[in-house]
Design a protein around this ligand. Structure first.
Ligand code: SF4
Length: 237
């Protein structure tokens, strides 16, 4: 295979997976492409440098066209996450649902409204003082759980979000979020029995708000979990 073909393949691959992986000290060779290779030059211009991803905003714009997994094909809008970029508290769900896919915002449907109530009426803090994100950024069709390969493709984006926000406490909403961030694969009842550590942050696991919508019996245990979170954050209950 010719060098030009190899370069073209590599650029196509970079464009489809991680458009910011090219190290700054290796971009100069792209300027040396012959003038007639306009398509290669155009592709090279789309590639952002690793060094440019230094905050949530640049991370968000760098993944807007992500097609690393099959969910990129069927999504309407990518749901990056939102909230206070230096929040003490971060909530993480499994993935966007229908309302989120349409709006491009996390937790805005019925389950989202319940989560907002838990945060604002229960914990007595404004929703925009916390940061909210998901394991996968694109809606799994029919609201199914994200598949392991989809979570594998997307999890690094979430890990970067956690690094940038740097919360003291993370609350994982549901078994799927616990499985993919902490690698624990047990019932949610069992997972709630412990707190965990992720890169120095205290992590709690609780029921997903959609489980509360299906069954009111989960309201009390969720409130007990939120009281543990508030105690850890020194918020009066
Ligand atoms: S779910 Fe994540 S990895 Fe898959 S296409 Fe969307 S942003 Fe990319």
């Amino acid at each position: 295979m010719s060098l030009k073909k190899q370069l073209e393949n590599w650029l196509n691959w970079q464009e489809s997976v991680e458009p910011f992986l090219i190290p700054e000290d290796q971009v100069d060779f792209l300027d040396q492409l012959p003038d007639q290779d306009i398509s290669l030059k155009e592709k090279s211009l789309k590639i952002k440098k690793t060094e440019e991803i230094t905050d949530l905003e640049t991370l968000h714009s760098s993944i807007l066209n992500c097609q690393k997994c099959r969910l990129g094909v069927t999504r309407n809008k990518l749901v990056f996450g939102e909230g206070n970029s230096s929040a003490d508290l971060m909530f993480i769900g499994e993935g966007p649902g229908q309302d989120e896919d349409v709006s491009g915002r996390p937790f805005v449907g019925k389950a989202g409204m319940l989560l907002t109530k838990i945060i604002e009426n229960g914990m007595k803090i404004p929703r925009n003082s916390v940061y909210i994100a998901n394991i996968v950024k694109c809606r799994p069709p029919g609201n199914r759980d994200p598949l392991p390969d989809e979570a594998d493709c997307c999890i690094d984006y979430l890990k970067k979000q956690i690094d940038f926000v740097n919360p003291s406490v993370i609350v994982l909403l549901g078994k799927v979020a616990a499985k993919y961030l902490l690698n624990i694969d047990c019932s949610i009842t069992k997972a709630r029995e412990n707190s965990y550590s992720y890169n120095g942050k205290t992590v709690f696991v609780t029921y997903h708000p959609s489980a509360l919508l299906r069954n009111e019996k989960y309201k009390r245990p969720v409130w007990e979990d939120m009281k543990k979170v508030m105690k850890t954050l020194n918020i009066d209950s």
